[in-house]
Design a protein around this ligand. Structure first.
Ligand SMILES: [Zn+2]
Length: 117
């Protein structure tokens, strides 16, 4: 087992973040644009990721050992990593609707009505 470096509690380790992202992707709460290799929050549905997290913690899966079976902490981090992502791949959006980026790096999607034909 790797030595785990202690850090201030406010800082989230890359390991934990990677685990949360991995769970969110596996549960399809985060989508991955295969063209741009860009994560995005698909339909803003974290429930599936929470459910997967609950299962992994209940099974004491090695994947969630960093969280020490703390489901609340895991779900909180999943919520945060999902909230950090744009709601769609920024590269695809920029190419299609000429969207712009905010100062925080999040992509703002203009409210455009879809018209058929
Ligand atoms: Zn894309």
């Amino acid at each position: 087992m790797e030595q785990f470096q202690r850090r201030p509690s406010v800082e989230i380790s890359d390991e934990k973040r990677a685990i949360a992202v991995g769970i969110a992707v596996e549960a399809h709460s985060l989508g991955l644009c295969t063209v741009h290799n860009q994560l995005f929050a698909s339909a803003g549905m974290p429930a599936a990721a929470y459910e997967l997290a609950r299962t992994l913690v209940a099974e004491a899966s090695p994947r969630v050992m960093f969280f020490k079976r703390d489901l609340h902490a895991l779900k909180d981090l999943i919520r945060r990593v999902i909230a950090e992502q744009p709601t769609a791949c920024p590269c695809c959006e920029a190419a299609t609707i000429g969207g712009r980026f905010t100062a925080t790096g999040r992509h703002e999607i203009p409210a455009v009505a879809t018209t058929s034909g």
